[in-house]
Unconditional design. Structure first.
Length: 275
């Protein structure tokens, strides 16, 4: 399958530079993405994963899957010319994702030599859903200590340490989250992307609260429970069950994966018997 998709990419490079490969399920999508990496190289393949639970299963989805999805969408936004294949399961394709405008406002590259005050970068990370912690040990977190800002972007395999001289980033080096020791080589730059799909920005909180009120008017929901949810949104801290409110955090609604793809692309539909 992967060899056939590679040939499809090479033959249609001028007219259809990207292939959307749709697999039967998540397991098949993982296997297909792995094979495509062998033929096309890792930078050319984007795997967009789907949650294992449905929005109203009363379970919280895996945070790692959420961050992998955000990282994949950010790669599509920041480096569209490099991407040759986008792999997704049929279930993943059916689910809507965050709007492209969120990535346009948040996805960015930060690296050595840039003038970007620590306080400004810290505020940006909070707006992107990063959690401020004493030490960076997990993706989606950041820490500030004097002239150093550590962060682990969901789009990167390891955290980076930004060392400042005034407001200028003097170095950008990866470090081991277990030992907290930096590497000698400079990483060059780090890809910033949202760390959460539901962002507690002023706009996001206002939209979510309005959505909760609208829903509460249509269903028999206790006023105390509605007030509790509104207070949790105001506090800006993640809470259990907020994933079901994800569309409410985006005033214009969620979008399909097609909104994140190039204007023209080919489609590989794999094993239609199970879809």
């Amino acid at each position: 399958r992967a060899l056939a998709i590679r040939d499809l990419v090479s033959r249609g490079a001028d007219r259809l530079p990207c292939v959307l490969a749709v697999a039967e399920d998540e397991e098949e999508a993982d296997a297909l993405a792995k094979d495509l990496v062998f033929f096309l190289g890792a930078p050319a393949v984007v795997r967009v994963p789907a949650d294992a639970v449905l929005p109203y299963d009363d379970l919280s989805p895996d945070r790692n899957v959420e961050m992998e999805r955000l990282a994949a969408l950010s790669r599509l936004h920041l480096a569209p010319a490099v991407i040759k294949a986008v792999v997704v399961s049929a279930r993943g394709l059916a689910r809507r994702v965050i709007p492209r405008k969120i990535l346009a406002a948040g996805a960015d590259l930060v690296g050595k030599g840039m003038e970007l005050p620590r306080e400004t970068l810290a505020a940006k990370l909070v707006s992107l859903g990063f959690a401020r912690t004493p030490l960076v040990e997990d993706a989606g977190t950041f820490a500030v200590r004097g002239g150093i800002l550590d962060l682990w972007s969901p789009a990167d395999p390891a955290p980076v340490r930004l060392e400042y001289f005034g407001d200028e980033i003097e170095s950008c080096r990866r470090f081991d989250p277990q030992t907290q020791r930096s590497e000698e080589a400079d990483a060059g730059e780090v890809v910033l992307c949202p760390a959460r799909e539901a962002l507690f920005t002023d706009e996001g909180k206002a939209a979510a609260k309005q959505a909760v009120r609208d829903i509460a008017e249509k269903v028999d929901r206790p006023t105390s429970r509605v007030r509790e949810v509104l207070d949790q949104i105001d506090q800006g801290a993640p809470f259990f069950g907020m994933e079901a409110l994800l569309p409410g955090f985006h005033a214009g609604g969620l979008e399909t994966l097609f909104e994140h793809l190039p204007p023209r692309f080919a489609v590989w539909l794999d094993d239609t018997t199970g879809i």
